[in-house]
Design a protein around this ligand. Structure first.
Ligand SMILES: Cc1cc2nc3c(=O)[nH]c(=O)nc-3n(C[C@H](O)[C@H](O)[C@H](O)COP(=O)(O)O)c2cc1C
Length: 373
């Protein structure tokens, strides 16, 4: 690996080069992948890397505190990549400086979100239709990282709300010294195989021209959203294109377990995979001894029972950590925690009543009383 993106100053390789192969990471998930979720996934599953929820550059610049909260993380989550989206090049440059100041290990540009509110405005997967703009956003982000490395500070981010800047300065002061040091951080992209129909051969080379450190490819088109099956043949074709360059290619979509991740990496020639939905309520998905959601016939009822008990314990720990970290922010309250509770107990038999009560819980104390009466 010798690209600008994967080598840091002094020949110290950036984190991508140090990750095991195949890389198995936790996919970015808006409304799911917040700070407490990532903390729990790292603690019990230890994915090779994690991403923040996608965060809008325009909203951050305008001082939206919820966007800043999306980016919260702790040291246990490294390497952690901040994922951003938007369509205003000058803001990508400034937000890159902000993210360097906040100590992230990498910046990922979302070019895959299919939601109408994002893609119709030309952001997320909308960028597949405007490859020139997509290239500009990568260039500007990298220019921001480079400017930071050469001494730029938040004072150089003229569009950044002072409110965000004040919090960022306090955040930076609490970072370990190594992460306050000015170093180049890699820029990567997460996208889909096409807009209306698969267009890997036209789209991926446009991204590769910009030499991102990595491209993660979700094997569905924008039109498909989350329907049908991910097209891993198309991901395999993209991996072939990437292998003529220094850019890593990660596949994504429908990966159910670590064994499945390794099989897909082998079969389709990708450098790694990201796992999204299979991690819900199940950080063990990243572990060798996971029984694949209890579908492995070799898993005895005894191990399944043990896993259920562990998950209940983790559910409570997650709720407690949630309360300590995000619970004090009014807009967060306990509501976003509830869906996780439902996922943790999804394979508990006869749990309908328990689930209904967890879905109305308002504190970790209530969760404890319900799970461990
Ligand atoms: C609730 C939800 C939120 C998501 N949010 C993001 C996001 O913020 N950024 C992103 O790049 N992809 C996002 N995705 C897409 C996932 O990262 C992933 O590409 C997709 O779920 C397919 O992987 P999976 O089958 O392993 O879940 C989201 C998916 C879901 C289901």
């Amino acid at each position: 690996m010798t690209t600008q993106n994967t080598m840091a100053v002094g020949g110290e390789p950036a984190f991508w080069a140090r990750l095991p192969r195949p890389i198995v990471g936790l996919a970015p998930m808006d409304g799911v992948g917040d700070h407490p979720f990532r903390h729990i996934q790292k603690k019990y599953g230890d994915p090779d890397l994690v991403y923040t929820e996608f965060t809008n550059v325009e909203a951050l610049c305008h001082g939206d505190m919820q966007s800043l909260l999306n980016l919260l993380y702790d040291e246990s989550q490294r390497p952690i990549i901040a994922q951003i989206y938007g369509r205003t090049p000058a803001l990508f440059r400034q937000i890159a400086i902000l993210l360097c100041e906040l100590g992230f290990d990498g910046i990922d540009l979302n070019m895959g979100c299919p939601s109408k509110s994002v893609a119709n405005g030309g952001c997320g997967a909308g960028l597949i239709r405007t490859p020139d703009l997509a290239q500009t956003l990568i260039r500007e982000t990298r220019a921001g990282v480079e400017a930071w490395r050469n001494g730029a500070t938040l004072a150089d981010c003229r569009d950044l709300s002072p409110r965000i800047a004040v919090h960022a300065l306090a955040w930076r002061e609490r970072l370990p010294a190594a992460y306050q040091a000015r170093r180049p951080i890699p820029v990567s992209v997460k996208t889909r195989i096409g807009y209306e129909s698969p267009a890997v051969e036209a789209w991926i080379p446009r991204l590769l021209e910009m030499a991102p450190a990595a491209i993660t490819l979700h094997g569905r088109t924008l039109r498909q959203a989350y329907r049908g099956q991910a097209d891993w043949e198309a991901i395999g074709r993209a991996a072939e294109l990437a292998h003529t360059t220094d850019t890593l290619l990660l596949g994504n979509g429908d990966v159910a377990s670590l064994a499945d991740a390794r099989w897909r990496a082998d079969t389709y020639g990708v450098d790694g995979v990201l796992i999204g939905r299979a991690s819900w309520g199940n950080p063990f998905v990243f572990r060798d001894d996971d029984d694949g959601e209890n579908t492995n016939p070799a898993a005895t009822e005894e191990t399944a029972e043990l896993r259920r008990a562990q998950r209940a314990q983790i559910a409570l720990e997650h709720a407690q950590f949630y309360e300590q970290t995000l619970g004090r922010f009014p807009r967060y309250y306990f509501l976003p925690m509830r869906k996780h509770l439902g996922w943790y107990i999804k394979d508990v038999f006869h749990a309908r009543q328990l689930r209904a009560r967890l879905m109305q819980s308002e504190s970790a104390e209530e969760v404890a009383a319900l799970l461990f009466p």
